[in-house]
Write a protein that binds this ligand. Structure first.
Ligand code: AMP
Ligand code: TRP
Length: 376
């Protein structure tokens, strides 16, 4: 069977170092050994509100980033998802084989909804504890009522958020499964945060195959590799670097110039420990910067730690800024050059969509025949 890659990024602005080190850079390395399809997933983007003009601009920007990072648009297929209707069609079909229970487990959905369920569970524990104390004649009624109040508030807030939430955000992982299975992709290079979605795609493939006793969909393998599969925020080493973080200082954007990159690294959160050591639990910020250093320079983590073991953070950061600028500046420059040429970007996307459509229509026909849809 052909080894085929499928992967994608949402055109939602602020493409950052996490997207690059967690995903795109790995694609660049893998493109030589696989047939590869790289998507700009605009159907996924509208699961949260998007401004139409900004969405169009971001679609071109991500395309430019792919090419600037080193994806060869001649050898590979680059396209935006909404140009190939198979994604939406197959997404519907696969949704009919996906139990709600599977979707309820998805942590990204819960995070995006920012549900306070965990908060409520925590409070419930405290209420039970206080109640026990109270029965023993030890607890205070005010204390107990305080916890009850927080518990009820969290419950109300969650139920309001749940009714307001959009179906598309909930079924997002089914569409992602359709992206991958619609091309019978065998390998999916992504960052650590997408692992659960990929397991779901594998489960859906299995459920469909089993239902009809066919081997139509291969099981897609997640490829999560490199020194920085989960790049953390520069402001908080326990939070993922993300496009939507309010603070621009939390991330390095692929559009940042050299001075901005250096300033962001200089101001990155550090700690009071002397010297440099790698300890994710105790020194999450240091660990994150060391991982970034390693991923960008290719140096081993241990070598970096021993080189800066006795010097202060500021010396390490200076060196990291040099490494980051040297690596990212050519990409930024090329991105700017490409973005000025809309005609070229659009031509790449048009050709990509035609190629992608050819493959995906073939798979969709097979699916329709298996399901029993009449094709006349
Ligand atoms: P998104 O920005 O959500 O469209 O993500 C596009 C790709 O970048 C996916 O493969 C993600 O797993 C990856 N990614 C996003 N944020 C990070 C991060 N902070 N660290 C590593 N990979 C990331
Ligand atoms: N959900 C992915 C993210 O937010 C993007 C994505 C959509 C994707 N479809 C995909 C990634 C298919 C890999 C394969 O990062």
């Amino acid at each position: 069977m052909t080894k085929r890659i499928f992967s994608g990024v949402q055109p939602t602005g602020n493409l950052h170092l996490g997207n690059y080190l967690g995903a795109i850079r790995n694609w660049v390395q893998m493109q030589h050994d696989y047939e590869a399809i790289f998507c700009i997933v605009d159907l996924h983007a509208i699961t949260v509100p998007q401004d139409p003009e900004a969405l169009r601009a971001a679609t071109r920007e991500v395309t430019a980033a792919y090419i600037a990072c080193g994806i060869d648009p001649e050898k590979n297929t680059i396209f935006n998802q909404s140009m190939v209707s198979v994604h939406a069609e197959l997404g519907w079909i696969l949704g009919c084989y996906t139990p709600l229970g599977w979707l309820n487990r998805m942590t990204q959905f819960k995070e995006k909804m920012q549900l306070r369920k965990a908060d409520a569970e925590d409070q419930l524990k405290k209420i039970r504890h206080e109640l026990k104390q109270y029965k023993k004649g030890k607890g205070r009624l005010e204390e107990l009522l305080h916890f009850v109040e927080i518990f009820v508030e969290a419950g109300i807030e969650d139920s309001e958020k749940t009714t307001q939430a959009k179906l598309g955000l909930y079924s997002y992982p089914v569409l992602m499964a359709a992206d991958i299975l619609g091309y019978k992709a065998t390998h999916v290079p992504v960052g650590e945060d997408q692992k659960q979605h990929l397991e779901l795609a594998r489960d859906i493939a299995g459920a469909f195959n089993r239902r009809y006793g066919v081997e139509l969909f291969p099981q897609p393998e997640p490829v999560i590799q490199g020194a920085a599969t989960r790049v953390m925020s520069l402001r908080d080493g326990t939070k993922k670097m993300s496009k939507s973080d309010e603070s621009d200082y939390s991330r390095i954007n692929l559009t940042d110039d050299a001075d901005t990159i250096a300033a962001k690294i200089r101001k990155a959160k550090s700690d009071m420990e002397p010297g440099l050591s790698f300890d994710v639990e105790k020194r999450p910020e240091a660990a994150n910067l060391i991982n970034i250093y390693s991923a960008l320079s290719g140096d081993k983590r241990d070598d970096i730690v021993s080189r800066f073991a006795t010097s202060g953070f500021s010396e390490f950061k200076k060196s990291l800024a040099d490494v980051a600028v040297a690596h990212l500046e050519p990409i930024t420059g090329e991105m700017r050059r490409l973005q000025a040429d809309k005609g070229y970007i659009d031509a790449v996307l048009k050709r990509g969509a035609e190629r992608a459509n050819d493959v995906a229509q073939g798979v969709l026909k097979e699916v329709k025949d298996v399901v029993g849809f009449l094709r006349v």
